[in-house]
Each structure stands twice: as C-alpha cells, then as structure tokens.
Design a protein around this ligand. Structure first.
Ligand SMILES: CC(=O)N[C@H]1[C@@H](OP(=O)(O)OP(=O)(O)OC[C@H]2O[C@@H](n3ccc(=O)[nH]c3=O)[C@H](O)[C@@H]2O)O[C@H](CO)[C@@H](O)[C@@H]1O[C@H](C)C(=O)N[C@@H](C)C(=O)N[C@H](CCC(=O)O)C(=O)O
Ligand SMILES: Nc1ncnc2c1ncn2[C@@H]1O[C@H](COP(=O)(O)OP(=O)(O)OP(=O)(O)O)[C@@H](O)[C@H]1O
Length: 595
C-alpha cells in the first residue's frame, strides 16, 4: 500500500541523486512540476470562470482593484510558487486558510477559499497576510481543476499529448507502463503519471500520490507539452475522482481493469467505490473507453460506459470470463467485444491471442509473470487500438518489439531464482490471491509469504488477507507494512486472526510466524526456504521508505531480499536489524536484481 507522504516530505524521501542528471540539473521541489514558461491569466478572468465572489478579507479584497496576473495554482503551501493562486481548502485535519499567510509569503498573489476559510481569514487580521485578493466559492475543490486547466492548459491550437487513463483496484501502474511502452515502441515520446513516478520531461520525478492534485496534474501536462510529449498514460485512483483531481481533463481513452475490495475507509461500500470510478467513464472525462468485463462489476462498468459514451466509443474486453455469463444470466455485452484466447505459458510470462469483431486477431506475448498480467497487457493493447493505432501496426509492434514486457518496479519483480524470490505490490485481497497463485512453485516446492497490512487504511481487509495467505501459502510470516500512525502490533494481530481462523476452520497445515521488523521477517523467510521453494514479499513493491508514526524509515523490500539471499549463499546471516541505505545499481555480484 502506498505510503502517503505530505508533499513537503517529498524532497526528504527521495534519495539524492537517484535520478539526477548532473549535466542538466532539473528545477527542484515544486518547480520541478511546473512549465518553464507559464501563461499569465488575470485573476478577474478566473473569478468569472468559476463565478466566485470577492471576499471581504483584507484591504486588497477587491479583485477588480488589483487584478493580479496568475501564473500558477497550488493547494498546498509546500507547492506554492510566486504568481500562484493558492486554493485554501477545508481538509480532514485543518483548514487550508490557516496556511494562507504562508502561501502569500511564498508568493501567492490571490487566495481561493470557502466561506469558512474566508471567515477564518477575516477573523484574524494579524494573519491577514491575505493582503491579496480573496475569492470565495461554496465548494472550492470542485473548481480547482477548471482553474488549473485555464492557467496551465494548452493555448488555442497548441499541440497536446494524447491522454490515456487507467483506473481499477489493481493493475493501474502496470497497465500504464505497458501502454506507454507500446506507444513508445510506435515512436511517440511518452509521458507518465502514476504511483511510482512522473515522467514529463528529461528527469523522472518520484511520486507522492497515485494521482496528484489537480494543479499538479495540469502543470505536469503543461510540462509534457513543453517537452514535446506526444502521448501520456496516467493512473486515476478513486481518491482522485472523489477529490476532483482530474477535473478539467478529457482523456482520449480511459481503461478499466477491475473492482475488488479496497479503500472502503473512504468509500464506505463497494457500490460507492464503483460510483467513484464510474465518473471516469463519462463524456466529461473521456472520449472512448476500454472496459475489462470479466465479472459483474466489469459488466456494470461496460453498461455504464455504453450508456454515457455510446456503444461505438466502447471496447469490452473479456479475459477470464471469455465465455461466461453474468450472474443474472446476461450474455450480451455492449461495444466492440474482444476476447483473450489461447493463453499459453511462455517462460515467466504468457503468449495469448486477442480475438475481436469480424475475425480480427492480434497475437501477443508478455514476459511479466502472473496470469493477471495477460489482462493488463490485453487492456493496454486495446487502449492503444482505441486511441487510433490500427491492428496491422499493432501486430507489427507486437511481433517486432518486447513492448509488453516493460520493467515495472516492485510489480512481480524477480529478485532471485533459487529460491524463486519475488517482490510484489499486492496489498489487497484480490491482488494477494493472484500474486500467491502466480508464485506457487512447480512440483514439491513450498510457497512462503512475508506480508502485513497498512495502518490508517481499510481495516476490514486485514483478516481477509490473513485467511488468503493461510490458504494459499505453506509458510506465512506476518510482519509490518506501513503502520502510519497506528500501533503496528494490533495490525499484525488482526492479520494473524485471519490466518489462525483459516488454519483452524479449514484444518490447514500452514506454518505461521509473526516476525518484525520487516527486514528480519524477510531474512527469516530466506532462512526457511530451500532452492526449490518460492518466497513472495508482498505489499510494498517499489517503496523505499516505511512510515512509522510520522517518521520515514529506509526500507526497500527488494534490497532486503537480495541482501538476505546473498548472505544465505555465503552461509552468513546479514547484520541483524541493519537498516539499508537505498542504493543504485541493478545487480549485485551474484546476479540478484537490485532496486
Ligand atoms: C485522504 C486524502 O486523500 N487526503 C488528502 C487531503 O488531505 P487532508 O484533507 O488531510 O488535508 P489537511 O492536512 O487537513 O490540510 C488541509 C489543507 O491545507 C493544506 N495545507 C496543509 C498543511 C500545510 O502546511 N500547508 C497546506 O497548504 C493542504 O494541502 C490541504 O489542502 O488533501 C491533501 C491536499 O490535497 C492531500 O495531500 C491528501 O492526500 C493524502 C496525502 C493522502 O494520503 N491521500 C491518499 C489516501 C490518496 O489520495 N491515495 C490515492 C489512492 C492510492 C491507491 O490507489 O492506493 C492516490 O491517488 O494517491
Ligand atoms: N489485473 C490485475 N488483477 C489483479 N491483481 C493485479 C492486477 N495487476 C496487478 N495486480 C496485483 O496488484 C499489485 C499492484 O499492481 P499495480 O501497481 O499495477 O496496480 P495499481 O492499481 O496501480 O495499484 P495501486 O492503486 O495500489 O497503486 C501487483 O503487484 C499485483 O500483485
């Protein structure tokens, strides 16, 4: 599960020099996400755009009297640059208006807030740092996207990248990498916005959120235009849709992977979770859609997309449920229906054929391990197809390049081969099932799993994940994930409750251990594994920091696993509790992949 860091913590969590290009040092901090040549829009124009009122706060409250030129938008002071409109939004913990003075100090030329924020500002003239105009809107978060689009969006006639969005509980990151790899193989300069990194120009920028806030999304798109990016793929989380982070963007193609339990802390129910994701498949947000419709949620999304966009704008994909009917017996599917057929294991990955309308066929191969990556790869192929690439060109790319085998950090990443040692990002029940199924060794080998659950997030999935691990692994080592502000022991206990329940109720022979800290749990798994076994370290994937009570501790599962395997081969235990420094380098001297 992603560790959530405030934007201000971002600089600290990125190891210096990780991606730096010494010859061409990129702008640091907030400026790294901004275009070099910002446009300037009069505040009065923005006020008219959103129908805001001028607030009473501050002598400079009258917009018309001052009408500053706005060159950027921000909603966190750590991201505020001179010339910005600072959106002071109500938050879960505090009101952004409390930070308005700091925003003005950072150079904000105006503030947008709600009536509560305006009252906060007016009530405290000492903080009326807001000697800048204040716009007041009943629901400012709902207009930040439109404002950002106006300030950062393309000028009339300016070329903009083709935009591909991916949403769904699992598979977003992988599918965006697959999509950009295909588009790149076709010669496009590509961009990416997602959980791992933002690629908008010369230098990758590590991500803080899966989908950044609206001002950053729009400024990154502006940066992409400046760098001549022709096509970009972006992960769109349900949080992003609920928090209006992609408002003001109409994607060319939006893809749907799946919907399974996660994020119920935010959405409350699966129905609400579905409704949040469904917002992407409306004319406001996309022109075309590709929906993986293997189960009832997928079918419901396909029906919703067909209704919203028209069946001509929809491609429906079936992978596992190629000839299944819905639970209500329905067989009809809207849109152009493609099916994955003839799936054959090939090395760690699979070969498969996409069978479409009128006998269309696309033969493909992905080297990414796990059956679910066939679904991700097929979705990426059809998204690129829906974006305008015809079948013959796609087939040529699939034949001549390895575009469906991109490196996706921390997703089924193979760290060692004897034992088979894999780091994966599975952090919800469905992903855990699939990751365990994909790593089960052939023959008599045992499957060992090291995992935990995140603090401050959907607690109902903890015992469920425990049950799954007990059923599908031979050795379960329960440890800590990102506890955030929670005490880690009760989180482990909740996971273990699920493990023990399944072991008792289903009379399983699973070996169960509780080991922490996590690095030690990884070493314990390596100690217990034989060369024919498989170890799955699940939950944290590419992450290099573990957040414990507001402190970021260095922890990279890939490096811990590689170190433990190397030490195991040398017949020595790695230094107990040694916290690794994140390092560069792809392979150690024994050929294990490094982070
Ligand atoms: C639950 C959630 O999404 N919270 C978001 C929300 O935070 P909040 O309401 O707690 O904000 P707050 O701390 O009360 O502060 C109020 C306001 O003051 C501002 N502020 C606050 C402090 C300061 O020094 N300066 C400042 O300007 C804040 O930007 C905010 O607008 O508004 C903040 C500002 O926009 C977001 O950064 C924050 O995302 C936090 C970091 C977060 O963890 N979000 C996660 C859950 C998330 O969005 N995840 C999804 C899904 C990932 C997945 O699929 O697994 C994602 O897309 O990443
Ligand atoms: N199509 C899929 N169906 C089910 N599980 C998948 C699928 N694709 C990937 N997974 C599993 O989910 C994990 C996360 O994959 P990925 O990062 O691509 O998804 P994501 O939607 O971006 O996740 P997140 O929203 O948490 O960032 C993988 O490590 C793998 O275990």
């Amino acid at each position: 599960m992603p560790t959530d860091h405030s934007a201000s913590a971002d600089a600290a969590r990125v190891p210096a020099g990780d991606h730096a290009n010494a010859a061409d040092e990129p702008p640091a901090g907030a400026a790294a996400l901004r275009p070099a040549h910002p446009r300037s829009v009069p505040l009065s124009e923005l006020r008219t755009l959103i129908g805001a009122q001028a607030g009473a706060a501050g002598a400079a409250g009258a917009v018309e009297a001052v009408d500053p030129a706005v060159t950027g938008v921000s909603l966190n002071t750590s991201q505020t640059l001179p010339g910005d409109l600072y959106a002071a939004l109500p938050g879960a913990h505090r009101h952004g208006a409390q930070f308005a003075a700091a925003a003005v100090e950072a150079g904000a030329v105006a503030v947008l807030t709600d009536p509560e924020g305006a009252a906060l500002l007016g009530a405290d003239t000492a903080r009326a740092g807001v000697a800048v105009p204040v716009l007041v809107h009943a629901q400012p978060r709902t207009v930040v996207g439109a404002l950002s689009a106006r300030v950062f969006g393309p000028a009339q006639g300016e070329a903009a990248p083709a935009l591909y969005a991916v949403t769904g509980t699992n598979g977003k990151t992988t599918t965006t990498y697959l999509t950009t790899a295909l588009l790149g193989a076709a010669g496009a300069k590509t961009g990416l916005i997602g959980t791992i990194e933002i690629l908008a120009g010369r230098t990758p920028i590590p991500s803080v959120l899966t989908t950044p806030e609206a001002p950053q999304v729009h400024s990154v798109l502006a940066l992409m235009r400046e760098h001549g990016v022709g096509a970009a793929a972006m992960e769109v989380s349900s949080h992003a849709l609920s928090y209006h982070r992609v408002d003001g963007i109409r994607f060319d193609v939006a893809g749907f992977t799946n919907l399974t339990q996660d994020h119920l802390d935010l959405h409350g129910s699966m129905g609400e979770y579905f409704a949040a994701k469904a917002q992407l498949f409306t004319p406001e947000h996309t022109r075309r859609a590709v929906v993986l419709a293997d189960d009832d949620w997928g079918r419901a999304m396909a029906a919703h997309a067909a209704e919203q966009l028209g069946a001509d704008a929809l491609t429906t994909l079936l992978v596992d449920g190629a000839d299944a009917t819905a639970s209500d017996g329905t067989t009809d599917l809207p849109g152009a229906v493609w099916r994955v057929i003839d799936v054959v294991r090939d090395g760690l990955g699979h070969r498969f054929t996409l069978a479409g309308p009128d006998g269309a066929r696309l033969r493909a191969r992905t080297g990414l391990p796990g059956g679910f990556n066939v679904a991700n790869a097929a979705l990426a192929v059809l998204m690129v197809h829906a974006g305008g690439m015809d079948a013959p060109q796609l087939q040529r790319l699939l034949d001549e390049t390895d575009a469906l085998t991109p490196q996706v950090p921390g997703r089924m990443q193979v760290i060692g081969t004897a034992p088979h040692a894999i780091v994966d990002f599975a952090h919800n029940p469905d992903a855990l099932v699939r990751a365990l199924e994909a790593t089960r060794p052939a023959g008599d080998g045992k499957l060992l799993i090291v995992f935990g659950a995140t603090g401050d997030r959907d607690a109902t999935k903890r015992p469920l994940m425990g049950e799954i691990a007990a059923r599908l692994a031979d050795v379960v080592i329960v440890t800590d994930d990102d506890p955030h502000d929670e005490d880690p022991a009760p989180i482990r206990a909740a996971v273990l409750a699920g493990v023990h329940r399944a072991v008792l109720d289903e009379r399983l022979g699973t070996v169960v251990e509780e080991v922490h800290p996590r690095a030690q749990a990884i070493r314990r798994a390596v100690e217990l594994a034989g060369p024919q076994d498989s170890i799955l370290v699940a939950g944290r994937g590419h992450e290099v920091w573990q957040e414990v009570k507001g402190v970021n501790l260095p922890l990279d599962d890939r490096q811990e696993l590689a170190d433990a395997l190397a030490a195991g081969r040398r017949g020595q235990a790695p230094a107990d509790g040694a916290a690794p420094e994140p390092r560069d380098g792809r392979h150690d001297e024994e050929g294990n992949t490094r982070a």
